[in-house]
Design a protein. Structure first.
Length: 118
């Protein structure tokens, strides 16, 4: 299974970015797809996830209402639309996949850097 993220960059506070994660090598039925963020000096933290089959989503409190996760089944791709970005959103964003029967996310992308700075 290969996950490839893209869409990171540098944006001013209040700006927007859309991250993309394209998955190959696996049928994602019965999978959760997640986005995680790692900032310097902190452990990687969960941001959001989506049930691939049904499309229902969950978000960490600090991004609720600002970030939206979605998926395109035809393209085997998940997205993270990030609006009203804040400097504390800066970090490396990772896409990950977890089979329902697993307790951990099993597959990870290489990460994409997001920097929010004026």
């Amino acid at each position: 299974v290969q996950l490839v993220e893209s869409g990171g960059g540098v944006v001013q506070p209040g700006g927007s970015l859309r991250l993309t994660c394209t998955v190959s090598g696996r049928d994602l039925v019965n999978y959760l797809m997640g986005w995680f963020r790692q900032t310097p000096g902190r452990e990687r933290e969960w941001i959001s996830h989506i049930n691939w089959s049904f499309g229902n989503t969950n978000y960490e409190d600090s991004v609720q209402g600002r970030f939206t996760m979605s998926r395109d089944k035809d393209k085997n791709t998940v997205y993270l639309q990030m609006n009203s970005l804040k400097p504390e959103d800066t970090g490396v964003y990772y896409c990950a996949a977890r089979w329902f029967g697993s307790t951990d996310f099993d597959y990870w992308g290489q990460g994409t850097q997001v920097t929010v700075s004026s």
